[in-house]
Ligand binder design. Structure first.
Ligand code: PEP
Length: 257
């Protein structure tokens, strides 16, 4: 764990227009403009329409804040009306892109197969996918959270070479904890994150598994982040609602303070 840089990412979902994005990132930059936060990697994941504004700001101020998108098309170009390609995101100097967020799986028909294609598309364009996996409430009630989540992992990583897998980020996001205020206990988060790392070791090697950062996501706030981060296989957080409040997100980034 000590060799993995903690990684806090803010998923803005469909919030903040491009002007609000500028104000928000400026606040983050100001609050994080000291040495301490360099020990923690920080990224924002705004809507597509904000990316150019965020890029300009980050370029101009040489900020250490990274950014990425919330989705990408599995195809590189062509007749896919309404879609955004990995090439376009790479041109905007995105570092990351989330793949398979539960809201996309739930409302936009994202399947394990499309996640696999999108993970590969991200790597084709030099973007690091933040692969989101996690069980719904009925699965947890049945005690099947580990096998369910590992199945999603296997499917999304099918035929992905180790050289790519080692730079992946995985976000374990139990669906029942997203946007509900009901955070998983640190032990619940560790159970599944530990199992994910175990499966990554089986699929690739212990060495590759030890390099991959695994985030927890689901109602993370400044008040609960430290306990979750204390778990051996939790390397960061994917933060939704709380990332829209700059002060709160900064406190999450500074979870060690
Ligand atoms: C998310 O959108 O990935 C998320 C974890 O949301 P929230 O923090 O609001 O639960």
């Amino acid at each position: 764990k000590t060799t993995r840089t903690p990684f806090m990412a803010g998923n803005w979902k469909m919030n903040l227009n491009h002007l609000e994005a500028i104000a928000h990132v400026q606040k983050l930059a100001f609050a994080l403009a000291d040495k301490d936060y360099e020990a923690v990697e920080v990224a924002v994941l705004p809507p597509f329409t904000d990316l150019r504004s965020v890029q300009t700001l980050v370029d101009g101020d040489k900020l250490k804040i990274k950014y990425g998108a919330q989705d990408l098309c599995a195809h590189d170009s062509g007749a896919y009306t309404g879609e955004i390609s990995g090439a376009m995101l790479a041109k905007l100097k995105c570092s990351y892109v989330t793949v398979g967020h539960s809201e996309r799986r739930q409302y936009h028909g994202e399947s394990d197969e499309s996640c696999n294609a999108k993970v590969k598309a991200a790597f084709r364009h030099g973007l690091v996918p933040i692969l989101c996996i996690g069980e719904a409430l009925d699965v947890r009630k049945a005690g099947q959270q580990v096998p369910f989540t590992l199945n999603q992992l296997d499917a999304a990583l099918k035929d992905l070479p180790a050289e790519q897998a080692e730079s992946l980020v995985i976000a374990y996001e139990p669906v029942w904890a997203i946007g509900t205020g009901e955070v998983a206990t640190p032990e619940d988060a560790q159970e599944v994150c530990g199992a994910i790392r175990g499966r990554l070791a089986e699929l690739y090697s212990q060495d590759v598994a030890d390099q991959i950062r695994i985030q927890y996501g689901g109602s993370v706030k400044s008040g609960n982040v430290a306990a979750i981060m204390s778990q051996p296989d939790v390397d960061g957080a994917l933060v939704g609602g709380a990332s829209l409040d700059a002060e709160e997100f900064v406190k999450i980034v500074r979870f060690r303070d």
